[in-house]
Design a protein around this ligand. Structure first.
Ligand code: ATP
Ligand code: MG
Length: 431
């Protein structure tokens, strides 16, 4: 098609063949969140740019080069949200949700980052996130991790690795940062370009580098673990003990630092090898300083976000994606009058059997092509309404799976007959 308009790069469509697995993931995640007593919050897609530069950090990749930032018609700088935490904190402060309360919140929705699109990495992507405020202890860290673990389990993903680390207090991190910079300055000419730039801006991010030469240098660098303050160390020890007690397996990864500035103490990620380089499906941590940083009272907080595209990809790659539910009944009609009557029959069936999936034909055509469409839709039964049957108050019923004979019955008996066949009672069949 000449001149047809394509979607924007990195902004994908979710087509009908894929929506069932999306709905499955979203429904399961919501159900698990509700079982823990977390409440949903819905936040805007657009915020003032300053919110993100003040929270995520001026010199992070996200704020430096990945945000969709523009001036609106009033000349105000706005950005599409690249993540959900900042907006959630802003809303919490703005509506007084954090004062003398300890809300446990979750949200779902699209985030926007101008990254290089590839499998598992898009410019519009979806997260389900959790944020808990007002609780400083390792008990809530443990609960949040148990919650994320169960969310992954409940969608059928069992073999994803949990990595944990503690970043200590901001003071401990600052001291470590200096030591790291002092060490790496000695090897500046051997660093990759990104890392050399980060040395001046965001040196802890160098620990995240994928460059093998820089990684080799890091092997002998000062270790963050040696700089962690005693309180943070005790906090982390207690968290680990609680996870051990709950039977959650994890590995402590001293290199795990996370890309956003606001984290302190506990950080964690769930990683899989099955998605290539885009292997992190869930990431989060504690951010005790952030609420104050964007204008609220000091409030401890912890949260995480799951990447929905990556969860969907894992289920699809494993062949575990649920299919679309097929209709139980497809109405096949002969002639215009029967076609109109079929709409009424379909409504009667839907009234009487709330669990029944009924599809009408619409659009005319011969029996043969109608049956073909019924098959393509995966329908279990065809209800057939010919001119004569309609006149006699009868309908035909044919089991499309067994290939058996068509039988004729009074229209008034259609509901009970379908009930006897177990249609419309169970949650329904799938293709
Ligand atoms: P990554 O290391 O993969 O870039 P991140 O550390 O930038 O992830 P967070 O900001 O912590 O990710 O977001 C949490 C989760 O959101 C990630 O673990 C991932 O599953 C998902 N995610 C992040 N960026 C993208 C993206 N561009 N496309 C799809 N999913 C993403
Ligand atoms: Mg990223």
């Amino acid at each position: 098609m000449a001149n047809s308009i394509q979607s924007v790069r990195g902004f994908g469509d979710v087509l009908p063949v894929d929506t069932p697995v999306w709905q499955f993931v979203e429904d399961r995640l919501r159900a698990t969140l509700e079982r823990y007593g977390y409440e949903e919050i819905r936040l805007p897609l657009l915020e003032k740019t300053e919110l993100f530069s003040r929270s995520i950090g001026e010199v992070t990749d996200i704020v430096e080069k990945e945000m969709y930032t523009f001036e609106d018609r009033n000349g105000e700088s706005l950005s599409l949200r690249p993540e959900g935490t900042a907006g959630c904190v802003r809303a919490g402060i703005q509506h007084g949700l954090l004062h003398n309360r300890q809300p446990r919140l979750w949200y779902a929705g699209s985030m926007f980052r101008h990254e290089r699109p590839q499998k598992g990495r898009y410019r519009q992507f979806n997260q389900v996130g959790v944020e808990v405020f007002g609780l400083p202890g390792p008990d809530i860290d443990a609960e949040v991790i148990l919650l994320a673990a169960r969310m992954l389990r409940d969608i059928g993903l069992e073999d994803i690795r949990l990595e944990l680390n503690t970043l200590g207090t901001p003071e401990a991190r600052a001291a470590y940062r200096e030591a790291l910079v002092a060490y790496l300055r000695g090897y500046e000419d051997r660093l990759d370009d990104d890392s050399r730039r980060r040395l001046a801006t965001n040196p802890l991010r160098i620990l995240d580098t994928k460059d093998p030469d820089t990684r080799a240098l890091l092997a002998d660098a000062p270790a963050l673990a040696d700089w962690i303050d005693d309180d943070s160390r005790a906090h982390f020890r207690e968290l680990c003990a609680m996870l051990d007690r709950a039977g959650v397996s994890y590995t402590v990864n001293p290199q795990l630092v996370r890309g956003l500035d606001y984290y302190g103490r506990t950080v964690f990620e769930w990683v899989t090898d099955r998605l290539g380089a885009q292997g992190t499906v869930c990431a989060g941590g504690r951010y005790d300083g952030l609420v104050e940083q964007i204008g609220g009272r000091p409030t401890p907080a912890i949260g995480f976000a799951l990447g929905i595209e990556r969860l969907v990809a894992l289920l699809q790659d494993a062949g575990a994606a649920p299919a679309a539910p097929a209709p139980d009944v497809y109405l096949v009609v002969a002639g215009e009058a029967a076609g109109r009557e079929a709409l009424i029959i379909a409504e009667e069936l839907r009234d009487a059997l709330p669990g029944l999936r009924v599809m009408t034909h619409c659009g005319g055509g011969g029996f043969k092509s109608q049956f073909r469409r019924a098959d393509r839709a995966g329908a279990r039964f065809a209800v057939i309404l010919g001119e004569e049957e309609a006149a006699r108050g009868e309908v035909g019923l044919k089991d499309l799976r067994s290939g058996g004979e068509q039988r004729t019955l009074p229209r008034a008996e259609l509901v009970t007959t379908l009930q006897e066949l177990d249609m419309g009672t169970a949650p329904g069949t799938t293709i």
